[in-house]
Design a binder for this molecule. Structure first.
Ligand code: NAD
Length: 355
């Protein structure tokens, strides 16, 4: 029997395919814009300047200082350039850091955005924005920050190093895993979440063997879109809370932390989320979903312990405390003893266990 549900979709225009970057000028025109401002990280400044050159008179400037966790001082510096250039639309080329910067500018200006993702993090498909000021990260949801257009061009993803590709994809899978047992789970999003996990898990071994395999890269990018859409549509739970706490308090790397925690958070929730487990097992083609995710990460060379990410063992109690500080929805009840056991296994890099 289908459980009762509420389904709310976000407006989305997605242009997907190799060479789709060629449609950028047309997409800018569709938005009624004439002065596009290009954003990137310092690492991808070359990609940004290629885009500016490609756009010719349609480009009015660029800012290549995007940073992880969207620091407000970076946003204000970029906004000064955007305003001085008289921009009427933003083009963000890069991962979640660059897309986060475009969202932060859109939050303050309501400028339309074209997101061109080059990782699998999925921020482009959500109305969520996290920002950091004075070392504190706060997250909010607003339709003002949802990019108007997403342009997925697989050609831009082949340069993503294999190790980052793997953890970025596991980060994406985590969105769908939690989407499947979300309090707001619904049949449409569950279809997308399951297909997103399947596409990414099938693409990853091929991508590791040959990072320039365009078919594998395309499948991964397609999976990333589905997982990002899931993140944008339904609420997350324990896994995302733990990763947010570990990243924010101990400055652990974002995608790697997701890769380590996911099998353990799923094991914690497994007996309270049988439908999600069945869908994840179908998507992976394996029994024992938490162990299958652990084995997948290990086979792909992803980090499997918090220890190797530099997490101090004596910080685990603090994580438990912070994770329990504010109530939030999770399929399994949140208990300090079980959370500590989860974190200890994750710290050691042991296979996941229900308790
Ligand atoms: P990132 O954007 O920080 O990218 C990591 C590095 O890889 C950067 O230096 C970047 O320039 C480089 N890079 C990206 N694509 C590349 C490519 N194809 N080739 C070569 N180098 C490339 O990493 P991320 O994991 O995509 O994003 C993480 C950030 O996104 C975090 O701040 C996280 O909180 C945020 N995020 C937000 C949401 C949301 O919905 N708001 C969702 C997911 C992630």
């Amino acid at each position: 029997m289908v459980s009762p549900f509420v389904y709310q979709s976000h407006p989305a225009r997605v242009v997907f395919g190799p060479g789709s970057l060629g449609t950028l000028a047309e997409e800018i025109g569709r938005l009624g814009a004439q002065r596009a401002f290009v954003l990137s990280t310092p690492d991808q400044a070359g990609v940004a300047s290629d885009l500016v050159a490609r756009l010719g008179d349609l480009a009015c400037g660029s800012f290549t200082g995007a940073r992880m966790h969207t620091p407000v001082d970076v946003t204000l510096a970029a906004m000064a350039d955007v305003t001085a250039a008289g921009a009427d639309c933003l083009v963000a080329v890069g991962g979640g850091s660059t897309i986060g910067l475009a969202k932060a500018i859109a939050l303050r200006t309501d400028l339309p955005q074209i997101a061109i993702p080059t990782t699998y993090a999925g921020s482009e498909a959500t109305a969520i924005i996290g920002q950091t000021e004075d070392g504190i990260k706060t997250t909010q949801t607003s339709l003002r920050v949802l990019p108007e257009v997403i342009l997925y061009d697989v050609d831009l993803t082949t340069s993503l190093p294999v190790a980052i590709s793997v953890v970025s994809a596991l980060n994406a899978i985590a969105h769908s895993v939690e989407g499947l047992y979300s309090q707001q789970a619904n049949p449409v999003i569950s279809l997308m979440a399951q297909e997103g996990i399947r596409a990414l898990a099938a693409a990853l071994p091929r991508l590791v063997r040959d990072p320039h395999d365009l078919a594998a890269r395309s499948d991964a990018l397609y999976g990333a879109w589905l997982c990002g859409t899931t993140l944008g549509a339904v609420g997350m739970a324990l896994h995302h809370k733990l990763c947010h706490t570990l990243g924010g308090t101990f400055d652990l790397p974002h995608a790697q932390t997701h890769a380590v925690i996911l099998p353990h958070a799923l094991a914690y929730n497994a007996s309270y989320a049988p439908d999600a487990i069945a869908r994840i097992e179908a998507a992976l083609g394996r029994r024992d979903a938490p162990l299958a995710l652990h084995n997948l990460a290990q086979a792909l060379g992803a980090p499997v312990s918090l220890k190797e990410l530099g997490m101090p063992r004596d910080g685990l109690d603090r994580v438990v405390e912070l994770t329990l500080a504010k109530p939030y929805w999770n399929p399994a009840p949140l208990e300090a003893r079980r959370l500590k056991a989860l974190l200890e296994r994750a710290w050691e890099g042991l296979p996941p266990a229900a308790d």
